[in-house]
Write a new protein. Sequence first.
Length: 140
Amino acid sequence: MRFWDASAIVPLCLQESRSEAVKQLLKDSPGMVVWWATPVECCSAFARVQREGILAMADVQQALRLLKMLQTAWTQIMPSNEVRTSALRLIPAHGLKAADSLQLAAALVWADNAPDGKEFVCLDEKLVVAAQTEGFSALP
């Protein structure tokens, strides 16, 4: 199983330059662990590209259907005091935004705070660096 950040799930649902790379990662290891708010982050990304005129409403609706399919199979890390406490530590330690700190905190909870050997799938460079600093192997 791998922890998936929303930045890597969006290209599973929309055709982007890195879509093939993340689709191959999912094919190689289909177990997905995600943060509870990941669907919200993905829907926000879909709405943004629609507002920018990059995608039509039909494309967004297809992306939402794909997201729902993924949701039926993934494991979700729920909000908890442990996630919040970890996120509060990660913000100043790595200069992360709130949503990114919650993503990484959820991954740490999933890894029982021992991320060595655990994989973190992410396309956000700053979050990748933070995940690696915390001990994760970052993909792709």
